[in-house]
Design a protein around this ligand. Structure first.
Ligand SMILES: [Zn+2]
Ligand SMILES: [Zn+2]
Length: 254
């Protein structure tokens, strides 16, 4: 078991290692230190660096708490995402989910940096990283869980900044997939995810500052539900860290 695990870690390290090509378009890059994306690809990304909601971290039209959070206050303490889920950025994230596993390294590094720059107090804490799970069926068909891959990249990056982080696998489990989420109203989506997840490793959560990792935050229902369960298992605080988040909803979308 442990030999297999070590071997798997080496394979992962190899997959996520930097090459001399762009992780997205495969164009050659000759910069030192090695970079993950070429400038052309990096310029396409939509950085979440203007107004952001102080609670969930999504892009807002003006300063202050967003309409999403006013409608339903999320159970996580705060959300952070370095990018806005939109246009070319959404295409990047979808590629990361559907085959381009290497992109997890780039996004993970951006997520770690963004999280520590928004919450510098976390540098002095002992953090536990938990990722949102896929159902066993989905994990098998996709071959990897992008949130788990992001978590590995985030752990390495945070460690390189001298932060104490421990990544614990399979803290959460997902029971079933909800496929009809898009047809539901905003509040209904929060109700719809209830019962889909459960805390598999309760004891490790007690008194921990948890950074919960996922690829995208759309409504925030998954983050809310997982954070609620982790808090229920005794966590001290839960931060929800995603690669990208959807912009604040408009009033008529509620
Ligand atoms: Zn490129
Ligand atoms: Zn918000």
């Amino acid at each position: 078991m442990s030999i297999l695990f070590k071997l798997f870690q080496r394979v992962r390290r190899f997959i996520l290692s930097r090459g001399y090509t762009c992780d997205n378009c495969r164009a050659e890059v000759f910069e030192y230190p090695k970079i993950r994306l070429c400038t052309k690809c990096e310029r396409k990304l939509d950085y979440n660096n203007r107004f952001t909601c102080p609670k969930c971290g999504r892009k807002t039209v003006a300063s202050g708490v967003c309409l999403n959070c006013k409608t339903k206050t999320p159970a996580f303490f705060a959300g952070v995402s370095p990018f806005v889920y939109h246009g070319a950025t959404a295409a990047f994230i979808n590629r990361m989910k559907n085959g381009n596993r290497r992109l997890c390294a780039y996004f993970g590094e951006c997520m770690a940096d963004e999280c520590l720059s928004r919450f510098p107090n976390l540098k002095a804490e002992k953090l536990m990283l938990v990722y949102t799970p896929l159902t066993k069926k989905k994990r098998r068909s996709r071959g990897y869980n992008q949130a788990e891959e992001l978590a590995y990249s985030i752990a390495e990056r945070m460690q390189s900044h001298g932060v104490f982080v421990e990544l614990v696998n399979d803290v959460l489990q997902k029971r079933k997939d909800v496929s009809l989420q898009k047809r539901l109203g905003y509040i209904q989506r929060f109700e719809n995810v209830q019962g889909n997840f459960h805390v598999h490793k309760r004891a490790v959560c007690r008194d921990k500052i948890i950074v919960l990792i996922d690829d995208i935050m759309t409504t925030g229902a998954t983050g809310h539900e997982c954070a609620r369960l982790l808090m229920g298992a005794g966590a001290k605080e839960v931060y929800f860290l995603t690669a990208a988040s959807l912009q604040e909803i408009k009033n008529q979308d509620l």
